[in-house]
Write a protein that binds this ligand. Structure first.
Ligand code: GRF
Length: 210
């Protein structure tokens, strides 16, 4: 059983997609052991509660400074003894030690086809605004392992989504979630839980391709 902790900051629709996929048997050999939020009012926490998953909030506001917060965050993650940490809309600069200790065991979902529209400042609606500003015809989502850089770790899965005439950032964001994020994040967890991934030469190969 792969023990998974999901880290969130917001609405938690990706968390919900993961919980549903476990429930429906689309993700196998996996137990969601905990949810960690940095926002007390994140709806994701309600989703965790409804699913009977232990959850904890670690908010920067409750600590003297960044170092104390980082320590508490790391402690919260470790307390669940996870095999995999999933960042599902977790809008926090990660403590270095967390990244180091969970190398190759932490994944993130990004709402664009990396390396395009990734890196510092590219989160939330901003990503979709920039895709539209550039006149892209295709965008999508990426699941990648987390390394020391920003959106720079090995890519696991990507899915393309069409950009349509008249799209607003909000409309495009929703389509990217529905057509890509909610599919490839659960899929990535299932691949990992079932040993279907291979690290080779700094890249990741998976599923039927290995
Ligand atoms: C998603 O767009 C995800 O790609 C990004 O943050 C958003 C989280 O949405 N990193 P939700 O909290 O899962 O609804």
């Amino acid at each position: 059983m792969l023990k998974v902790v999901v880290m969130v900051s917001g609405g938690g629709t990706n968390l919900q997609a993961i919980l549903d996929a476990v429930q429906d048997g689309k993700i196998t050999n996996t137990e969601i052991v905990g949810v960690i939020s940095n926002k007390k009012d994140a709806y994701a926490l309600t989703r965790a509660q409804q699913a009977g998953i232990p959850s904890v909030c670690v908010s920067l506001k409750d600590y003297e400074g960044r170092e104390d917060f980082n320590r508490a965050l790391l402690k919260a993650v470790d307390s669940f003894e996870p095999d995999l940490v999933v960042l599902a809309g977790f809008l926090v600069i990660l403590p270095e030690l967390l990244v180091k200790n969970y190398k190759n065991r932490m994944i993130n979902i990004h709402p664009a086809l990396l390396p395009s529209f990734g890196g510092k400042g590219y989160y939330g609606l901003k990503v979709h605004e920039e895709v539209l500003a550039r006149g892209c015809k295709v965008t999508g989502a990426t699941v990648h392992f987390v390394d020391e850089g920003c959106d720079s770790g090995p890519i696991l899965l990507q899915k393309a989504v069409e950009v349509k005439h008249g799209d607003t950032p909000e409309v495009l964001q929703r389509r990217v979630m529905e057509e890509a994020e909610w599919k490839i994040l659960p899929q990535a967890i299932d691949f990992i839980a079932n040993g279907k991934i291979l690290f080779e030469g700094g890249h990741v190969f998976l599923g039927d391709s290995i």
